[in-house]
Write a protein that binds this ligand. Structure first.
Ligand SMILES: *[C@@H]1O[C@H](CO)[C@@H](O)[C@H](O)[C@H]1NC(C)=O
Length: 118
């Protein structure tokens, strides 16, 4: 989600979501067995993040070591999305059923013969 004071960061994360969600669909349509895990992370206690929010945000960052482990687990388990360091209800609120439905419906309009998996 977008947040104030981190526009460049938000822009790069939205770009990654768009790019890798497109690639995931292409892999799926061409039966390429590569998984892509989108990591939705809350505030992590890296030096960079904690310095960026110092005096601005009243929040504790989640431990970076545990975050790294969760990312590795999510990738190994081939999860489409993983949430770490976010409030419990985040996955429900962020998951957009409208977006997923539109993406699914739009796939009907593609000519699968034009896709190659080379
Ligand atoms: C895809 O790759 C995973 C990991 O190597 C494997 O477990 C799974 O059986 C593969 N699925 C297909 C449909 O080949």
């Amino acid at each position: 989600m977008s947040s104030p004071l981190i526009a460049p960061y938000s822009a790069s994360k939205f770009a990654l979501d768009g790019f890798f969600s497109s690639v995931r669909k292409e892999f799926s349509m061409t039966k390429v067995n590569v998984s892509i895990t989108l990591c939705i992370l809350g505030l992590i206690n890296t030096d960079t993040a904690m310095n960026a929010v110092a005096g601005v945000l009243n929040a504790h960052g989640s431990p970076k070591e545990e975050c790294a482990l969760e990312i590795l687990k999510g990738g190994a388990l081939r999860r489409e999305e993983l949430y770490y360091g976010t409030p419990l209800w985040t996955s429900v609120l962020v998951a957009s059923p409208g977006r997923k439905l539109l993406e699914f419906l739009s796939l009907r309009n593609y000519n699968l013969d034009k896709f190659t998996s080379s």
